[in-house]
Structure formats: C-alpha cells, structure tokens
Design a protein around this ligand. Structure first.
Ligand code: SMG
Ligand code: MG
Length: 369
C-alpha cells in the first residue's frame, strides 16, 4: 500500500485512581496515537511509551520526535509499504521500539481492515476469550490495598499482580495472600527496584506461593536474575529486559527467566511479539501478555495477542474501567474474568472521534510526503 499521511495525536486521559509503581505515581495517561492514511484505508496504532522515561528509556515526546523525524518520513517516501516490511524499512533507526511498534500496528490495522481479517486471525489466535489479571499499584496503606484487591476479586479477575518495592513487599504480599486464600493466582512486579544485595530478602517471598516475581533487577542485569533464579523457588519472569526474540531465547537458555511477559510495544511490535511467543513455545516457556495502561486501541491488539496458544497465564489485560471512566473506543468489559477477542477486521475497535478531539492536548501533527 501507499501511505499518504501519518498523523500523531496526543491525548491526556484521567485515570480512575492513581497508579503507583516502584518508579513513581501517575494520575493521568498521556497517550500518543498514530493514524496512517493509505490508498487502501486508514489504520490506528497506540504508542505505549509513558510521559516520562521511567519504565524504559522511551517516553512520549521522544517517541513523537522519532516518529516525526525518522519513522513517518521513511514510510511516506516509500512507494510500497507493508506491515511485514516495516521493520526492515526503519532498521536504520536504533532502538525506539515503542515508537516503531505504534506505526507498525497502524500499518497492520490498515492492511487487515482492507483484507477484512482480524488481528487475532492474523496472529494465530486459538481462543475467542482470554483470562484476565489485574495489576495493583503500591497503596497508601495495607487496609487500602486489601480494599482495592477485594474489589477486583469481586469484579472477577482471575489473577492479582502486586507492585512491590523495598519497604512494600513481604507484608503486603502476606496480607493479600491471606485475603485471597491459598489457591488464588498471585504474582509480584518490582520494576527493577532491587539489587543483588536483596536476594536473601526476596527469598522470603517463597513462603507465599507466588506464580512469579517479575523483573526485580535493572534491564541490563541478566546475571543477577540468573543468581536469583538459582536461589529462589518462586519463578523469575522478565519484562523490561526482553527487548526482542534474541534476548528472550538467550535469557531462557541462561536460566535467567522461566516465564516471559510479552509487551508488543517493548519489543518493537506485534510481529516480534508473535516471534517471541513462538520461540518460547518451542522452549516450553509459558508467556503472558503485559499491559501499559492502554486505551481500547492498544487493548484490542493485546487481547488478540493473548489469544495465542502459549499465553497460558492470565495477562495484564484488564477491563477498560480498571483505568478509564470512559474509553476511547467501545469499552472492554470483563465477563466471568475474561475479555472477548475482537473479531471485526483489523483491531476490531473504532476510535471515537469526538473523544479524540475532546481529550486532545494539541492539534494533531499531520505529516505528508
Ligand atoms: O496495563 O494494567 C496495565 C499495566 C500493567 O503493571 C503494569 N505494567 O511493568 O508490567 C509493568 C507495568 C508497566 C507500566 S507501569 C506505568
Ligand atoms: Mg512489569
């Protein structure tokens, strides 16, 4: 197809409650959306970068700049563009995976809408609904945490993930395990807040039958994850460290991780995400779908990805209302702890143009050849 325009939309959406992790507290989601206009139709992609470079080195203003100055010109100047050819077309840009993923997803959406094929069908989905978990931030107090968790249990979530950090780990885990009972699925995510000196402390988590501990150490530090995996019974799961299929296979073979959190944005797009899924399946390593507080645009694609066979653990694919009073698309609603995989062409959801305008931080940037 021929890309005629790339639009960059910047929105701000309030969160229904603040979300606190080991790296900070957020009360709104700054959303960068990419729309491609092509000779066969339009497509949308959501950039998962946060407003600030605190989860990874990428952040919204940086992603916008890379899209505007490098990625969009590359597709606008090409005669023929395909989603599958996109990674090669922009391989001259090092890194910036979240920015690349947003544009690749928009291209794929345009392509599949034209072909009248859904993301799920294209990725290789084997189920029509997916088990959902929910990520619970650091709370102001244990009673408030227990209240929040109990609310999610009532809503039907099939797995709870607690954000932990030094000073907020063993006690909240103990209390939540007690609230949930021994059989409930419970896991923790440290977002790189610990270091090698904490290994002995982290081993205390073994008492609580956790599904996994996610990314305790910084993303470059595979060695300390290997050491922890040797010394702890709780399975170690990497998130931030896994930037592509090569790193994933390497980390698995070195026994740094025995489960992988797949986020398409973090790895440069859904095509790479599917490759990681396939490689992990081959190695007998289960995967689950991560989340980045996506609007319906990104959530739709995540749910389609989570419908692949080796996504055997519930994902951070919560309902729209977990974060937003109103979603940018038709809302994703939990039924019996699951979300339905969209079946309409492309992402299967429609951006509500009136909300796009209402929540815009500024007029869209429209790039043309
Ligand atoms: O979409 O529910 C979601 C967010 C899930 O905890 C979540 N994501 O490290 O896995 C993770 C975090 C990254 C985003 S925190 C701002
Ligand atoms: Mg994580």
């Amino acid at each position: 197809m021929k890309v005629t325009a790339v639009e960059l939309h910047l929105l701000a959406m309030p969160l229904v409650r603040p979300f606190e992790t080991s790296f900070g507290r957020q009360t709104a989601r700054t959303v960068l959306l990419v729309r491609v206009r092509t000779d066969v139709g339009d497509g949308w992609g959501e950039c998962v970068a946060m407003a600030d470079p605190v989860y990874s080195s990428e952040y919204v203003a940086g992603a916008e700049a890379v899209l505007r100055d490098y990625l969009a010109p590359a597709v606008l100047h090409a005669d023929e563009v395909t989603a599958e050819g996109f990674a090669g077309l922009v391989s001259f840009v090092i890194g910036h995976r979240m920015a690349k993923a947003a544009l690749e997803t928009a291209l794929l959406d345009a392509e599949l809408r034209t072909a009248e094929r859904s993301f799920g069908d294209y990725f290789g989905a084997v189920r029509d609904e997916v088990d959902c978990g929910v990520s619970v931030g650091v709370a102001p107090s244990i009673p408030e945490l227990l209240d929040e968790v109990a609310g999610y249990v009532d809503e039907g979530y099939r797995r709870i993930k607690l954000k932990i950090k030094p000073g907020w780990d063993i006690e909240p885990v103990r209390e939540v395990r007690e609230l949930l009972g021994p059989d409930a699925l419970l896991q923790v995510d440290a977002n790189t807040a610990y270091d090698a000196a904490d290994i002995r402390h982290l081993r205390l988590l073994d008492a609580y039958e956790l599904l996994l501990i996610e990314q305790p150490f910084v993303e470059e530090d595979i060695a300390t994850h290997i050491q922890l995996a040797r010394e702890i019974e709780t399975p170690v799961c990497l998130d931030e460290s896994i930037l592509g299929v090569g790193v994933a296979v390497d980390a698995i073979e070195r026994h740094a991780t025995s489960i992988i959190n797949i986020k398409a944005g973090r790895v440069g797009g859904y095509l790479e995400a599917v490759r990681i899924h396939d490689a992990c399946a081959e190695l007998g390593v289960p995967v689950w779908c991560g989340g980045m507080l996506e609007t319906g645009v990104g959530r739709a694609a995540n749910v389609a990805l989570a419908a692949l066979e080796n996504f055997t653990l519930p994902g951070d694919t919560s309902a729209s209302r977990r974060y937003f009073a109103e979603d940018l698309t038709e809302p994703f609603e939990l039924v019996d702890g699951r979300l339905r995989v969209p079946t309409a062409p492309g992402s299967g959801v429609t951006v509500r143009e009136e909300l796009l305008r209402a929540w815009a931080v500024r007029a869209p940037v429209i790039l043309t050849a």
